[in-house]
Write a new protein. Sequence first.
Length: 203
Amino acid sequence: MRERDVDAVTDVAIVGGGPAGLTAALFVQKNGLEATVLDTDKTWMHKAHLFNYPGIGSQDGSVYLETLRDQVDGFGVDRRQGVKATGAEATADGFRVETDDGEAVEASYLILATGANRDLAETLGCEFDDDVVDVDVTMETSVEDAYATGAMVRAEEWQAVISAGDGAAAALNVLSKTEGEHYHDFDVPADADAVFGGMADEE
C-alpha cells in the first residue's frame, strides 16, 4: 500500500455512513472515544422508506439518515462526507485507512459498514464464510480489533434496524475493550438534560 500523508489519528475509524456506521459512531463518540466516519453517501437508505423500523411509523430513508447525521454531528463525530476508503491495513498500532482524497486515517479500531461491498474486508485479510465476512456475536472479524456489520456479514437479511444493532454491538465491544470490563450505554431520564443540554450549550 502506497504511503500517504496521515490526515487524522482517531480512536475508531468507521467506513460507511449508513445505519450501522453512524450508530457505531454515535455510541463511540457519546462515550468518550473519538470516531472518524468516511462516507461516500451510497447507502441504500436513499432508496428506502421505513415502515418496519421500531419507533418510526413511516419515514423516508433519506430523512431518517439526515436525522441520524445530525445526531452524530451533535456529539462531535468527525464525519467526512464524500470521502471513499480505498484501502485498509493492520499496523503495529491498529489500522491505517487510505482514502481517495490522498489522505489517510489511523485508528486503534476499525469498523467496516460498507453494505454488501466486502472489498475492504478481503483486503484486510478477514476470514469469510459462504461469501460473507465471518464475525462473532460482537461483530469482530478474524482480524483483531476490526469489525464488520450489516449486509457484509449476512447473505440476504438486510434491514436498517439489524445494521444499526450491528453497529451498536461493535461499538460496545470497542468500549468494553478500552474500559477493560463489559460496558453498557444505558441512559435514564435524568441523563437527558445533561447529555442534550450539553449539546445545546456547544452550539
